[in-house]
Structure formats: C-alpha cells, structure tokens
Ligand binder design. Structure first.
Ligand SMILES: C[S@@+](CC[C@H](N)C(=O)[O-])C[C@H]1O[C@@H](n2cnc3c(N)ncnc32)[C@H](O)[C@@H]1O
Length: 251
C-alpha cells in the first residue's frame, strides 16, 4: 500500500473521478495523536491478496488525505455514507455492503493483509459501494470527513486492550466519542460491538454519558440483523465470550 506507484495510480484515479487533485493532496498529517489504538503487526500477505492489491487497489483504496473527501465524487452518486473502523479481514464489511446496495461504505484498517482480503471480497461480490482507507481511523475521521456527513459508524470488536495500563488505547473514550458524534448527521447511528465485558461496560458508560447521543435500547441492544458474525467475534465465541452490541443515535 505504501508503493508510490500505487499511490500515484490511486490519486490519478481519484482526480479522474472528481476527487482531490494531485495539487490538493497532502502527505499524511504529522501531529499529536489522541489515541493510538493499534499496533502495526507484520502480516504475511497471500498471493491472492497481493494480486488484489495491485489490480484493485488503485480503484478501491483511497489514499489518506488531509483534505476532506467528496463522497459524491468518489462513489459517483449521493447516498448515505457509513464508515467502519477496524474491519480486520473485512468479511462482515463486504457482507454488509452487499446487503445494503443503497448505502456507501468506507472501511478503515491499518493491517495490510486485511486490505488485500477485503479487496478480494469486493471483487468476488462485484461491490461498487465500498472503498478502503489504509490509515488510522482517528486521523481519517478528523481530516477526511466533514461534520454531519455520516449516516453511520461501525466499530465491531475493537481491540479490547485488556491490561489496565493499556486502557488509554481503547477507542471508545469520551473525547473520541465526542469527535465521532460531530461526524454523524442528526439521526445517524453509532454501532459498537465487543466480546469483552469490561469494555462493553466502558462503552455503555461512555456512550450513555455523551450528550449528543441517545441509546436506541434500554442498555445493550439486540444484534441488528444487518451485522453478520465477524471473524474476531467467532474467535471470542469459541473461547466462550459473550457479545454485546450498542446502538446509539445522534440527537
Ligand atoms: C480486534 S480486530 C477486529 C476486526 C473486525 N472488526 C472483526 O470483528 O473481525 C480490531 C481491528 O481494528 C484495527 N484498528 C485498530 N485501531 C484502528 C485505527 N485507529 N484505525 C484503523 N484500524 C484500526 C486493527 O488493526 C484490527 O484489525
């Protein structure tokens, strides 16, 4: 993904589609990062993933920009936009995008094999309503998405960061949730799920205390039909974990 040839191709493609031009593009923004919610792992890419990246990356992977994205230019239409943070290998992401063709999706992930895997799913299903950004979603949200532009945000099984000294790495914290809320349109949905009970409790407390959100359920929500089992969730279920969904709407 850091192959400069790939980035150039992606930029050229975006420019052709009416996205930011080369002149508007910036290098990734340096600066303070409020949350570092991931560790970059070296992951081996399968040959199919490598091929998907080379062949489909220029069309479906959007480079990180420090300027706001124009979703209508990227997708060639005006449609509700949902962002997913941390899609892992992307199986659930592709299933959701296939089941909801009238909605556009942007998946953010930092783990390279997951990018290749989701590109394969996009190809198999012939999806046109899904794009990928391989970058820290915290920065994507801040720089690429304008306020009140999202119909939904999906955060499925974010890293639970079990140790107390790592809790500051958890995504669901008051300041980041306040930032998420600014990007949601009124009525837009924030849907989180976790298989780690202490994190579920933190999510319920943080989301419940955010004045811009209202819970759609009494506490935890029933799993919405559109969310398939994710890969990480299946692993948790095998280990005997429970699963908690939280679905909040922006006021
Ligand atoms: C525990 S996995 C869950 C993956 C997937 N949602 C699932 O349920 O199978 C969390 C994923 O979030 C990604 N991630 C964590 N923080 C991120 C961030 N700030 N931006 C983008 N991806 C992130 C990690 O790389 C990892 O793949």
């Amino acid at each position: 993904m850091n192959d400069p040839r790939h980035l150039s191709a992606a930029k050229a493609r975006l420019a052709a589609e009416g996205g930011p031009t080369e002149a508007q593009a910036r290098e990734p923004v340096a600066g303070t990062r409020p949350i570092r919610s991931f560790v970059l792992r070296a992951g081996r890419m399968g040959s199919g993933q490598v091929r998907a990246l080379a062949e489909l990356g220029p069309r479906f992977v959007l480079p990180f920009w420090s300027t706001p994205l124009d979703p209508a230019a990227v997708f060639g239409r005006s449609a509700p936009l949902v962002i997913e943070i941390g899609f892992g290998m992307g199986d659930a992401t592709a299933q959701i995008a296939a089941a909801r063709p009238d909605t556009d999706f942007i998946g953010c992930e930092v783990h390279a094999p997951g990018i290749g895997a989701l590109l394969q799913r996009i190809d198999e299903r012939g999806l046109t309503n899904l794009r990928i950004v391989q970058h820290d979603a915290v920065e994507v949200l801040e720089h690429m998405l304008v306020p009140a532009s999202l119909a939904g945000i999906h955060i499925f099984f974010p890293d639970p960061w079990h140790k107390k000294k790592h809790h500051k790495r958890r995504l669901i914290q008051p300041a980041f949730v306040a930032e998420l809320v600014t990007r949601l349109a009124p009525g837009g949905m924030l849907h989180c799920a976790t298989d780690w009970q202490p994190y579920a409790e933190q999510m319920l407390a943080v989301l419940g205390a955010e004045p811009g959100l209202v819970n759609t359920a009494e506490a935890y929500a029933p799993k919405p039909d559109y969310r398939p089992l994710t890969k990480f969730e299946q692993r948790g279920l095998r280990l005997g974990h429970g699963v908690w969904d939280l679905v909040f709407a922006r006021r």
